[in-house]
Write a protein that binds this ligand. Sequence first.
Ligand code: NDP
Ligand code: F7E
Length: 409
Amino acid sequence: MSWSNKNVLITGISGFVGSYLSDKLLEEGANVFGLVRNRADGSIYKNLFDKKIVDDVTLTKGDLLDITSIANALDESSPDYIFHLGAQSFVPRSFENSAETQQINGIGTSNLLEAVISKEVNPKVIFAGSSEEYGLIISSKRQYENAKKEYGTIFPEPERIPEVPTTETDYLRPMSPYAVSKVYGDYLMRNYYHSYGLDTVVSRAFNHEGAGRGLNFVTSVITNQAMKYKLGEIDKIKIGNINAFRDWTHVKDIINGYLTLAEKGRSGDVYNQGSMRTNSVLTYILLSLEESGFPIDKIETFKNDKIIKDPTETDKSEIFGINFEKTKVDQLILEDNLNFTLKDEGINVYSGDKKIKIEFDENRFRPAEVPILLSNTDKIQKLGLKTQYTVNNIIKDQLNYFLKKENRE
Ligand SMILES: NC(=O)C1=CN([C@@H]2O[C@H](COP(=O)(O)OP(=O)(O)OC[C@H]3O[C@@H](n4cnc5c(N)ncnc54)[C@H](OP(=O)(O)O)[C@@H]3O)[C@@H](O)[C@H]2O)C=CC1
Ligand SMILES: C[C@H]1O[C@H](OP(=O)(O)OP(=O)(O)OC[C@H]2O[C@@H](n3cnc4c(=O)[nH]c(N)nc43)[C@H](O)[C@@H]2O)[C@@H](O)[C@@H](O)C1=O
């Protein structure tokens, strides 16, 4: 399919993913329109500005909470396609202000669909659902027992353990107000296909990262600090839960996935997007330090009771029935042979004669956590999609971004 002269409206165009998607669509010859919130302080749309495309897209001021402004954006763009990326996307913020997240992600999505109906336009709408919708995925018997102790009930009870890699038909057990809001949007999108015949497709993307990722998300938190440490601006790294595993994909791979769904995704259907690999937050820190010039010999907890030599050594063993690139520490955690808690206070990372402190920050731990995400992407792969980038590619791009002083917070 050619994107040449297709009209595309993007909600959330000023965000991390929106800017990459716009860039790609412009390259493909599409006419790109976007809904943007007014910036009373006059601040720039940095992501679009950095890509030097702010003048190549047509921006309509508005808000997902204001249906009239969405209708105006539809009038202005007459879209063949809508990518609905606009959202309150930060999970911790959703714990602090659940109602705001429900409004923007839930009612905002409803407003968009209602505006489309009211305008009698017939675009294909691609919705940014999330792997967070799966939430509490059970990866081992021990994790199941721990979750049961912590939360009392697990609903629905797993039919198989492990539930990874996770497919589109697996249970949704959202663990945050953000995740619930995305379940709402996901079902609403598909229901509007069934109820009103709107051409909607749901993407459930696992975490995607790259240069320009919001500063609060963990991969930016890590690479920003790794660069500052390298440059001597800080003397330790602060972090929350390092046991969490995420299926981190380069944002450019996910953009290709969005375009694939727009071209070939079946209406009313749901597609996972990810890399079919999973790595711990700890591994992301260690690989980022190595990429910054600190090869790692050993790690040990502040209290010296957990010591791992060559923690980043590549582990080639199969787990969950698949093979993917992971480290020795990943494998130890996944096999329940290693676990870090707040009581450990932190870990020292040894690189030559350097001792790098990684300090656990209690405030960064969440009231409810998603311990592991690992995608099964067979369904979207059948549409012809293949991911290209490694975790190290992502880290390199992020470190490069933070090399620029103005990008470090
Ligand atoms: N990145 C990831 O790993 C994943 C992201 N997603 C989803 O993909 C989408 C894009 O993510 P990402 O780019 O990372 O997120 P960002 O937080 O970087 O971008 C969110 C965008 O939504 C806009 N927005 C927020 N509230 C409103 C509102 N009330 N009205 C209009 N626009 C609004 C923001 O505008 P402003 O600039 O004014 O704040 C921003 O442009 C989101 O829906 C997210 O939930 C799903 C899975 C994984
Ligand atoms: C798919 C999904 O992806 C994203 O949601 P997320 O997975 O919550 O992403 P994150 O980068 O905030 O956290 C990842 C993990 O990292 C742990 N963690 C440790 N220490 C810190 C820390 O210091 N900061 C943060 N943010 N996390 C930390 C944290 O506890 C969690 O386990 C959003 O794009 C969302 O929109 C989306 O849909």
